[in-house]
Design a protein around this ligand. Structure first.
Ligand SMILES: [Fe+2]
Ligand SMILES: [Fe+2]
Length: 411
């Protein structure tokens, strides 16, 4: 098959990306397109981008909801599978390995005979990359593995033939560059993040942005150190291995909201709140028996119900797998389900964020959310009052730790 590859940060995926994919397929240059959201973008380090799983799932939703892309356009998580910066060359090398591409295409429903046939690869990009293509990381090697499929727009001012000659002069061989026309509005993700003009994104992307409250007035990552931001991004990539879509997005939302509460009430705790929130459910999808073992190892039989064991198991997993050893972060993870007597501030940020993160829809949480901006304890009283009622109506015992928590608050 002739396989087009479209890499990018997709923060957010927008109609310009759709136009590139449609253009490449409709012009007959490729049989299918694999979209590859970046994990660690070499050109956008630091705090610029949303955490990788947000961008991956947003792109995945956009492709899945476009009927015209059925069976022709796929999204790959290949960049989660290797460490270090996601250079284009590394990604092309990894995705074009026969073992990977055959399994991937088969898993996407491509007929086995086709999936196991020989493939050629084309990196899809805009014509604007050509004038500086030689500055990419190891560009000759990229051209050795794939062709370039270059979108040109009327009046974009770039003469593809002269760029081809220029690059041939630099590299000493004629690069395989094919041009295809595209039309439509030119959109830029960085502008959309600022203007929030969501007419430039597919509906599924708009829903995703709103559900997860991306691109708000404030970016909590701005409140933490560069090291903590880096830890947050790396943990998010690692969590992809352990959590499904819904829970992973939930944990990232909890991280950012915990950090927001810390910024409102005690900015010194922003860094810890971000990491504690991010890892609070890190063990929740591990094998249940393993969770019981981990819970017993770190806390004896204090957490004695299967709905609670992911908290102590998470406290242990955060240490073992994510290298977090700050006792206050470990405690915030440990007590995020039950609460405890003498809850620390950090515990409360994570507890409340877990209940109120933007994707939570289990009840109308408007009052709780408004209150939490000014008085966390009052919001917790509303939340815990409902928890107490739920337990009473079911005739269930309240956990002794939760009982202490409730007594402290005087609910
Ligand atoms: Fe939890
Ligand atoms: Fe949670």
């Amino acid at each position: 098959m002739r396989i087009g590859l479209l890499g990018g940060s997709f923060d957010p995926f927008h109609i310009g990306h759709e136009a590139l994919i449609k253009g490449a397929i409709n012009d007959g240059n490729v049989d299918c397109v694999i979209v590859i959201p970046s994990c660690r973008n070499p050109f956008k380090p630091g705090k610029t981008l949303s955490a990788a799983p947000y961008r991956y799932y947003m792109t995945n939703n956009a492709i899945a909801s476009n009927r015209a892309f059925d069976g022709k356009v796929f999204v790959s998580d290949i960049e989660y599978s290797y460490p270090g910066i996601s250079y284009t060359l590394t990604t092309i090398k990894e995705i074009s390995k026969p073992n990977y591409i055959r399994t991937f295409l088969s898993s996407m429903g491509i007929d086995k005979e086709l999936a196991y046939a020989n493939h050629s690869f084309y990196w899809i990009c805009g014509s604007d990359v050509l004038p500086s293509f030689e500055k990419w990381h190891e560009p000759e090697k990229i051209l050795g593995l794939c062709g370039l499929l270059v979108a040109s727009r009327p009046g974009d001012g770039i003469d593809i033939d002269s760029q081809k000659n220029r690059l041939a002069g630099i590299f000493g061989f004629e690069p395989n560059i094919t041009e295809f026309p595209i039309s439509g509005y030119v959109a830029a993700s960085s502008d959309i993040r600022v203007t929030r003009d969501y007419s430039l994104v597919p509906d599924s992307v708009k829903d995703f942005i709103i559900t997860n409250a991306l691109y708000g007035d404030e970016n909590p990552i701005d409140f933490v150190s560069a090291d903590s931001a880096q830890d947050f991004y790396e943990n998010a990539i690692k969590l992809y291995k352990y959590l499904g879509e819904k829970r992973l997005l939930h944990t990232l939302n909890v991280a950012l909201l915990s950090c927001h509460y810390a910024h409102v009430f005690n900015p010194d705790l922003c860094d810890k709140a971000l990491i504690a929130g991010e890892l609070h459910d890190c063990a929740k999808e591990l094998d249940e028996e393993l969770q019981w073992e981990m819970a017993r190892e770190i806390s004896g039989d204090v957490f004695n119900h299967k709905k609670l064991i992911h908290s102590p198991a998470g406290a242990l997993f955060a240490q073992q797998e994510f290298g977090v050893h700050d006792p206050s972060i470990i405690d915030a993870i440990m007590y995020h389900t039950t609460g405890r007597g003498g809850m620390e501030e950090l515990d409360k940020y994570v507890y409340v964020a877990d209940k109120l993160e933007p994707a939570r829809t289990y009840a109308d949480l408007t009052r709780e959310r408004v209150l939490a901006e000014v008085n966390l304890d009052e919001s917790i009283k509303l939340i815990i009052g409902n928890v107490k009622k739920k337990f009473e109506s079911r005739g269930q015992d309240i956990h002794p730790l939760t009982f202490d928590f409730i007594n402290d608050l005087g609910v």
